[in-house]
Write a protein that binds this ligand. Structure first.
Ligand SMILES: [Zn+2]
Ligand SMILES: [Zn+2]
Length: 283
């Protein structure tokens, strides 16, 4: 398997329009790897696209992807779904009769339920299905499916409207957890991972100076995992390698800062890297 990071930003991508902070200023001037599209990864092998942020078309256009066998959604939040129109690329606007090439879209159980209530995602996907752009496949919790000899198992994290995905192929085990690991305790069946892709978590403290960045009683700290929480999860998972993504612009960390931090963590014996847009990693 091979993981391609199409977008490594979080709910707020980098640069944020009109933001004058140093992270955004640098990203605006220098582009990749300093800029970050919304959160999405592609897994080569099974050829699965995980989530479609609003800028997914740009991520796909600059990628090495040749074919998308299936799409997967992790949860209903806008930063993960608002690029649903990308599936219109499967519609044949030239020939008549049309020769559409629909993509299978897998929706874990709760995602299917939430899409019916939130942001019009269900109506929009149905519209795309009716026009021949996609086929919706609703999963029940516990279901697995296999694509190109890769077994894919969606499962809920502690925030139980959110799914992570275990990919298993040729004795390799890959975990993709797109977001929302607040309160999550990794289950035993996730031992022996070759690679874990996890959200970075909010920088409650500046990782270099230790200075508090988010006020102690800010409600976001009750609902979001912090970077320190993430390091605990990394420790418990014990994957051979971990790559952190879903990097929030508001954390105020540049690509260079994160590369420095990654080097420090590896010096401490932890095999952790920070993702950037266009990064490709073999598993
Ligand atoms: Zn997100
Ligand atoms: Zn900014």
């Amino acid at each position: 398997m091979r993981v391609e990071f199409l977008g490594t930003g979080g709910a707020v991508t980098t640069p944020q329009p009109f933001c004058r902070c140093r992270v955004c200023a640098e990203a605006r001037e220098r582009g990749v790897p300093y800029s970050r599209l919304g959160p999405s990864v592609f897994v080569h092998g099974p050829d699965v696209l995980v989530d479609t942020p609003e800028d997914i078309k740009e991520g796909l256009n600059r990628s090495s992807i040749q074919n998308i066998a299936a799409g997967l959604y992790s949860h209903w939040h806008p930063d993960h779904v608002m690029g649903r129109r990308v599936w219109e690329m499967n519609l044949d606007f030239r020939a008549w009769p049309r020769e559409n090439t629909p993509t299978d879209i897998y929706l874990p159980q709760q995602v299917g339920h939430d899409f019916r209530k939130m942001l019009g995602s269900w109506d929009h996907l149905k519209f795309l299905e009716d026009h021949g752009a996609i086929r919706i496949i609703e999963l029940t919790d516990g279901d697995t499916f296999t694509l190109n000899d890769t077994r894919i198992t969606p499962f809920r994290v502690a925030e139980d409207y959110v799914y992570a995905f275990l990919f298993e192929a040729a004795e390799k085990r890959l975990l993709i957890a797109p977001d929302e690991l607040n309160g999550w305790k990794p289950p035993d069946y996730l031992s022996d991972l070759d690679l874990a892709v996890l959200p970075q978590g909010l920088a409650e403290f500046d990782p270099f100076t230790g200075e508090r960045r988010i006020p102690k009683h800010h409600p976001v700290l009750r609902v979001e995992a912090t970077f320190d929480d993430t390091l605990e999860i990394v420790e418990k998972l014990g994957a051979k390698r971990t790559i952190l993504t879903h990097v929030e612009e508001i954390d105020g960390l540049t690509h260079d800062d994160l590369q420095t931090l990654g080097a420090r963590l590896r010096d401490e014996g932890r095999n952790i890297d920070f993702a950037y847009d266009t990064l490709i990693v073999d598993v």
